[in-house]
Ligand binder design. Sequence first.
Ligand SMILES: NC(=O)c1ccc[n+]([C@@H]2O[C@H](COP(=O)([O-])OP(=O)(O)OC[C@H]3O[C@@H](n4cnc5c(N)ncnc54)[C@H](OP(=O)(O)O)[C@@H]3O)[C@@H](O)[C@H]2O)c1
Length: 297
Amino acid sequence: MTARIIDGKQVAAQMRLELKEQVDRLKEKGIVPGLGVVLVGEDPASKSYVTAKERACEEIGIYSDDNHLHAQTSQKDLLGLIARMNSDPNIHGILVQLPLPRSLDESQVLLAIDPAKDVDGFHPINVGKMVTGQEAFLPCTPHGVVQLLVRSEVRLEGAHVVIVGRSNIVGKPLANMLIQKNKTGNATVTVCHTKTRDMALHTRQADILIAAAGSPHAITADMVKPSAVVIDVGVNRVADPSKKTGYRLVGDVDFEAVKEKASLITPVPGGVGPMTITMLLYNTIQAALRHRVNAVT
Ligand SMILES: NC(=O)c1ccc[n+]([C@@H]2O[C@H](COP(=O)([O-])OP(=O)(O)OC[C@H]3O[C@@H](n4cnc5c(N)ncnc54)[C@H](OP(=O)(O)O)[C@@H]3O)[C@@H](O)[C@H]2O)c1
């Protein structure tokens, strides 16, 4: 059996069309969703992520307030900028691109963001709301994974999902979302990590296997149950002299071998990646909608 490929670019493009329609409707009511973007320093990967986010905002009509600060920016100045954006009614969401330079206290910065504008969903208030099943901004990458599954008509209710990885930005929130008692949850979830004994024993039981380890070829075909759904969150650079850049991007899954065993699989690139920015746009629009409701009530 050769797996059907889940085309993340196509799903993301469809969602962005839907989001643009929502933005157009908000604009008719005089509301322009706004995203405050903060980039500190010159890290090339962070710069390219931020550029992609700003471009995506522009494409669907979200206003982005771009703040590119030099690497020596002080904690006080950064907190001052966040305070300004917290009180700016034209900014509904705030995104601080991580990682920050070592001289800055990342957790203090994330805590300073108004939870009502925390469109990355990293503030402990939003994390707590998510875990307890309340309305919250959901972190973009795990939310993108859930949307990919739902829009590919994968049944989550009752499914055994095995997640490889327990980071605060992917594995842990994803596990929490999938066990919620709601229509995009109700799965039974196992979470594996580097201290898991006999990982293949667990992964072979997965109806849905999600790799978020950051380790190329961590998932090989012998670790996958026949007809499983396989979602690869990993993005890893491996040396490739045939490329101009000298490297190529691969996921955590041995794609060529696993696609012969799985029923559905995401590629890297072109799987989960395009969904992450899409969910940031989604959260920013949600923030603008909630701001409007709060302004009216
Ligand atoms: N496509 C996107 O938009 C997107 C967004 C975010 C991240 N990513 C990618 O997703 C991957 C994970 O990101 P992250 O931020 O969650 O990474 P991370 O913070 O490094 O966490 C990796 C997790 O995987 C576990 N792990 C690593 N190697 C393993 C192995 N061989 N077997 C079992 N568990 C293993 C680690 O276990 P321990 O906790 O025991 O160390 C850790 O919990 C990375 O490749 C990243 O680039 C992609």
